[in-house]
Design a binder for this molecule. Structure first.
Ligand SMILES: C[S@@+](CC[C@H](N)C(=O)[O-])C[C@H]1O[C@@H](n2cnc3c(N)ncnc32)[C@H](O)[C@@H]1O
Length: 289
């Protein structure tokens, strides 16, 4: 631990923020790497005469902050963690940083099944850091879940995140292409969820640097119109869902109507486009027959 005067620290902090970036990212860096929690940070200005204890020196913290600002390196990858709902998840550049809008998927599940639903089996296709599946496995300890991903490195992170939060064993992880690792669950799923790669090719080329240069392409790109993976997931879903089983998909802001049509053509009912908090039709849900 390094001891420095609060006054000196506050002066340094002001200088760092004047270079750019946002308060939240800076607070994450100070919390994860510097060892100063958000609540500690709030009260520092009230006691400028005191000393402060840091895990790393200011020079080191500044070099990380500069990396973030100059190279657009996501602060979550620098810190190795991100906050999602009430979870603190390990993330590396092998997994997509779970987005706040995706948190709504858990609310959709609560709305469909209630918070005290009976035992059931769910699958998440393309789990990445494991955020969605872990949140569900924790919220419903009597449910059983299977989370898949094509990328074994991503699954390793998801497994670690799950072990970090739960002593239970109601979530299993499988590697493979969409439904392929779930052969033994044919006709048995009550619920399937996916936030698949859905960015159209031309949009991908124009993504901000912090996304395009650092987050895994395999987690983002959905082919020419962005719907390649969604199409495949919907077409095969009837083989794996129970009758009346639910499918919840996240899609790009303008894909709702097309996803709705795909669900309709594959004999889904109760189809609905669900808006996110910005009023965007971000999710499309349906029930198999
Ligand atoms: C948009 S990310 C979603 C990650 C996580 N579920 C979330 O919401 O933050 C899509 C995920 O799908 C995985 N993926 C891509 N292609 C896949 C495929 N063919 N089969 C299974 N998973 C795939 C990626 O590795 C990535 O983790």
């Amino acid at each position: 631990m390094l001891c420095i005067p609060v006054r000196e620290f506050l002066f340094w902090k002001k200088k760092q923020l004047s270079k750019g970036g946002d308060q939240q990212s800076f607070a994450l860096l100070l919390d994860c790497i510097g060892g100063i929690s958000k609540s500690e940070l709030i009260f520092l200005s009230l006691k400028p005469e005191e000393n402060l204890y840091l895990k790393k020196d200011l020079e080191f913290l500044e070099s990380l902050w500069d990396d973030h600002l100059l190279k657009s390196y996501p602060i979550q990858y620098i810190c190795g963690i991100t906050f999602w709902r009430d979870l603190t998840l390990k993330v590396t550049s092998k997994v997509l940083i779970p987005r706040p809008e995706t948190e709504l998927i858990i609310e959709i599940v609560f709305k469909i099944f209630g918070k005290k639903s009976q035992e059931l089996l769910f699958a998440e296709l393309g789990t990445g850091s494991g955020a969605i599946s872990i949140a569900l496995a924790l919220a419903y300890p009597h449910w059983n879940g299977v989370a898949t991903d094509i990328d074994e490195d991503a699954l390793e992170i998801a497994r670690k995140n799950y072990i970090n939060f739960s002593k239970q064993s109601n979530l299993q992880f499988y590697c493979g292409h969409w439904w392929a690792p779930l052969e033994s669950f044919r006709g048995k799923l009550d619920l399937a969820i996916s936030n698949p790669p859905y960015i159209p090719k031309d949009t991908y080329k124009k993504l901000p640097k912090e996304v395009k240069n650092f987050e895994p392409k395999i987690a983002l790109l959905g082919g020419d119109d962005g719907l390649n993976h969604i199409r495949e997931i919907i077409q095969k879903a009837p083989l794996f869902l129970k009758e009346k089983g639910w499918l919840i998909l996240e899609n790009h802001f303008d894909q709702g109507e097309q996803v709705k049509q795909l669900l309709f053509r594959n004999k889904f009912t109760s189809i609905e486009i669900v808006k996110d908090l910005s009023g965007i039709g971000r999710f499309t849900i349906g029930r198999y027959k």
